[in-house]
Design a binder for this molecule. Structure first.
Ligand code: BES
Ligand code: ZN
Length: 636
C-alpha cells in the first residue's frame, strides 16, 4: 500500500512537472496534463469530478433547500447578528448530521422544532473556514442557528461615513463569491447547493437595505426590510448592502441604486441597460429573474462587478461619462443566463460561468454598439489573455483548473474569462452563428437552475453540436481547449481596423518621426487609448513620457482604465510627475484589477516599495478585506 502510494505520487509529480513549460502558447504532445483521464492515470491523486473541494458541507446526505434570515446590522460593533433558519431535505434517509460551512462566526446556539440541539464547531482550516456539524433529530426538517459575524468577516466590508461619497452615513456590503458567504451566514457554501431564501434585515432607520432578491424601491425607510428570492440560487449569489441608498428608474425592468451624489451620473452612464436586457433575451432566451437593477458601490468594492441576481453590484470606477466602460454591465447582465441560471458545480468549473459570460458580453456589445466596438474589445481581451498565458504556470492556464488545496481568490486570472470566450467563439465560427445561438438557447434551457460540471458540459456538447457538426468539430480539439494549457494553434484571431491607425501612430512616434502632439488622435475613443498605451515597449525615456503627458494630459486622465495603463507605464519607467496621481489613485480605489498590477509593479524596486507601503498604509483601513489580502504581500 505504502509503495503503491509513492509510485502513484511520483507519477503524478512527473506528469505535473512535465507541463511546467510556460514559454510557448501552443501545447505539444509531451507537455500534457490530461485531467479527463486522470482517474485512471493518477490513481489517488485524481480529481473527483463534481466534488467541491472548497466546502465541508454534506449535500450528498442532507441538502439545504431554503434559508430564512433575520439579521440586525450593528454598525457600531461591525457585526451582523441574528438567526438563520435552514430547511433541508434528506438525500440519505438515514442521515443524522447536517454539515455547514462557517468562517469566523460566533455560534450562539442551534435549535430544531423549538428544542436546543447539539452541534460541534471544528477548528478552522486556513482558508476554508470551520465545519459546523449539527446533530439532526430524526423527524426534523429544519434548524435555527443563532450567530453573529466577526468585524473582520472576509465577505463583508464595513465603511465609516468618511469612506462614503455622502460622508454622513455608514455603509455595508457583502461579496460572497467564491467562498465568503460562510463568513456571514452558516450554510452549505457550495455552488451545487441551490436554495430559495427570505430575509428580514434590521438597520438604523435612516438607511436602506437591498439584497439579491425582490427589492421595493419605494419601501418606507423604517429600518426593517423584507426580502424574498423565490428562485433557487447558490450561496455565492446571496448579497446584502446597507447605506444611504436612493433609486432611479432606467426603464421598465431596470433601475439603479446608489448614494445620492452619483445617482444621476450612474443612471446616465448605464442608460442602455434596458436595451441590453431586451437584446439578450431576444438572442439567448427569456430573462428569468423579474427585475434587473444595479447597485453602485463605494470605490472600495474589490471587483468591477458582481452578478448578484436581480441586483448586480457595480464599481463606481466605470462611470466615465461616455459609456466607454459599460461592457461591465453587459457582463454582469449576461451572468443572469450563464452563472445564475446555469451555474458551475465547483470552482474548477468557473470557466462555465465566466467564459460563457465573456462570450455573451462581446455579443451584447456588438448588438448594442456595433462591430467596431466589438472588434476593439475582442482584441483587448485577447491581449489580456496573452499576458496571462505568458506569465502563468502551465497548470493555471487550464480552463478546468485543479484548485485542490488552493484558495480560489489566489487564482484569479483571465483564463476562465477570455480563453473560455475564445473557445466558444471558435465553436461559433466552425458551426455558424445561427447554429451556435440555437445551441446556446438549448443549453440555457436544458440546464436552467442546475449546477453543472465541465464534464457534463462536454457530454452535452457531444450529444448536440459535436454530433451535428462532426465534419468541423472534434472531441480532441474541444478537450485540448478545456484540459490543456495555452491556446490551440489556429484559434480565432480578433482584429480591429480602428486599432491599425493606432499602431501606425505609435510606430511613427516611437521611431521619432513625429511628436506626440502631431498624432491625429482627436477622434480616438477610450479603447484606442488603451490599445495605444498597453502596447508601448517596456522601456520609454523620460523625454518620451513627458512628450506623451504634455500632449495628452495622461496623468490627469479622468478615465480610470486609461489612468491605470498610464500609471503602470509611469511606475515601470519611474516617471515621477505621475506619482502624486498614483498615490491618490491607490488610496481612493480598491478595485483589485486596477490596484494590484500597480502594487506589484511598485514592489519590484526598493524605491517603489516605499511608495507602495506609504499608499497601502494610508489606504488599508478603507480597503476591502480581499484587496488587503491580495496586495499586502507586495508591501512586506
Ligand atoms: N463573478 C465575477 C466576479 C468574481 C469572480 C468574484 C470570481 C469572485 C470570484 C464578476 O462577474 C466578474 O467577472 N467581474 C469582472 C468583470 C469584468 C470581467 C467585466 C471584474 O470584476 O473585473
Ligand atoms: Zn463574471
Amino acid at each position: 500500500m505504502f509503495i503503491k502510494y509513492i509510485v502513484v505520487g511520483a507519477l503524478a509529480f512527473a506528469m505535473l512537472s512535465g507541463c511546467s513549460d510556460n514559454s510557448s502558447s501552443n501545447t505539444t504532445a509531451s507537455a500534457k496534463v490530461d485531467q479527463s483521464k486522470s482517474s485512471a492515470d493518477l490513481g489517488k491523486n485524481a480529481i473527483q469530478v463534481g466534488k467541491d473541494y472548497h466546502s465541508f458541507a454534506n449535500p450528498e446526505s442532507i441538502k439545504v433547500t431554503h434559508l430564512s434570515l433575520d439579521l440586525t446590522v450593528d454598525f457600531s460593533k461591525k457585526v451582523l447578528l441574528g438567526t438563520a433558519q435552514l430547511d433541508f431535505q434528506r438525500v440519505d434517509p438515514k442521515a443524522t448530521q447536517l454539515i455547514l460551512d462557517t468562517r469566523d462566526l460566533t455560534i450562539e446556539g442551534v435549535t430544531s422544532m423549538g428544542k436546543v440541539i447539539n452541534y460541534d464547531l471544528a477548528n478552522a482550516d486556513s482558508f476554508l473556514g470551520a465545519a459546523l456539524t449539527i446533530e439532526i433529530p430524526a423527524d426534523a426538517n429544519s434548524v435555527v442557528i443563532s450567530y453573529q459575524t466577526s468585524p473582520n468577516a472576509s465577505g463583508v466590508q464595513w465603511l465609516t461615513p468618511e469612506q462614503t461619497a455622502g460622508k454622513k452615513h455608514p455603509f455595508l456590503f457583502t461579496q460572497a463569491q467564491a467562498i465568503h458567504a460562510r463568513s456571514f451566514i452558516p450554510l452549505q457554501d457550495s455552488p451545487q447547493v441551490r436554495m430559495t431564501y427570505e430575509a428580514i434585515i434590521r438597520t438604523p432607520k435612516e438607511l436602506l437595505a437591498v439584497m439579491s432578491a425582490s427589492n421595493e424601491p419605494d419601501t418606507e425607510r423604517d429600518g426593517v426590510y423584507e426580502f424574498s428570492m423565490p428562485q433557487a440560487i447558490p450561496s455565492y449569489l446571496i448579497a446584502l448592502a446597507v447605506g444611504d441608498l436612493h433609486f432611479k428608474s432606467m426603464g421598465e425592468r431596470t433601475g439603479v441604486y446608489s448614494e445620492k451624489g452619483i445617482l444621476n451620473a450612474a443612471a446616465e452612464e448605464f442608460s442602455d441597460t434596458e436595451s441590453m436586457l431586451i437584446a439578450t433575451e431576444k438572442a439567448f432566451g427569456p430573462y428569468s429573474w423579474d427585475r434587473y437593477d444595479l447597485l453602485i458601490l463605494p470605490p472600495s468594492f474589490p471587483f468591477g462587478g458582481m452578478e448578484n441576481p436581480r441586483l448586480s453590484f457595480i464599481t463606481p470606477t466605470v462611470i466615465a461619462g461616455d459609456k466607454s466602460l459599460v461592457s461591465l454591465i453587459a457582463h454582469e447582465l449576461a451572468h443572469s443566463w450563464s452563472g445564475n441560471t446555469v451555474t458551475n458545480a465547483t470552482w474548477r468549473d468557473l470557466w462555465l460561468n465566466e467564459g460563457f459570460t465573456t462570450y455573451l458580453t462581446y455579443r451584447i456589445m456588438q448588438m448594442i454598439y456595433g462591430d467596431e466596438r466589438f472588434e476593439m474589445e475582442a482584441v483587448l481581451g485577447r491581449q489580456d489573455l496573452q499576458a496571462d498565458i505568458d506569465s502563468l504556470p502551465a497548470n493555471d492556464q487550464i480552463m478546468a483548473i485543479d484548485l485542490r488545496g488552493r484558495d480560489p481568490d489566489a487564482v484569479f486570472s483571465n483564463i476562465p474569462y477570455e480563453k473560455g470566450a475564445l473557445f466558444l467563439r471558435e465553436l461559433e465560427h466552425k458551426v455558424g452563428r445561427e447554429n451556435f445561438d440555437q445551441f446556446l438557447l438549448g443549453y440555457f434551457e436544458k440546464f436552467a437552475f442546475k449546477s453543472i460540471t465541465t464534464d457534463q458540459f462536454v457530454n452535452y456538447l457531444e450529444q448536440t453540436l459535436l454530433k451535428d457538426h462532426s465534419a468541423v468539430l472534434s472531441k480532441q480539439r474541444i478537450e485540448q481547449w478545456i484540459f490543456q494549457p495555452g491556446v490551440p494553434a489556429d484559434a480565432p484571431i480578433p482584429e480591429s481596423y480602428a486599432f491599425s491607425v493606432v499602431d501606425e501612430a505609435r510606430d511613427a512616434w516611437l521611431a521619432g518621426s513625429i511628436q506626440a502632439g502631431e498624432i491625429d488622435s482627436e477622434k480616438w475613443v477610450v479603447h484606442q487609448w488603451l490599445y495605444f498605451l498597453n502596447n508601448m515597449p517596456e522601456k520609454l525615456s523620460q523625454e518620451q513620457l513627458v512628450d506623451l503627458d504634455k500632449a495628452f494630459s495622461l496623468t490627469s486622465s479622468k478615465n480610470n482604465e486609461i489612468a491605470h495603463s498610464w500609471l503602470l507605464i509611469s511606475v515601470n519607467n519611474w516617471y515621477q510627475p505621475a506619482f502624486t496621481r498614483l498615490h491618490d489613485y491607490l488610496t481612493s480605489i480598491g478595485r483589485n484589477k486596477l490596484v494590484k498590477p500597480l502594487y506589484k509593479a511598485l514592489s519590484q524596486t526598493p524605491e517603489g516599495k516605499v511608495m507602495a507601503q506609504k499608499a497601502f498604509t494610508e489606504a488599508k483601513a478603507g480597503y476591502h478585506p480581499l484587496t488587503v489580502k491580495t496586495n499586502e504581500g507586495f508591501v512586506q
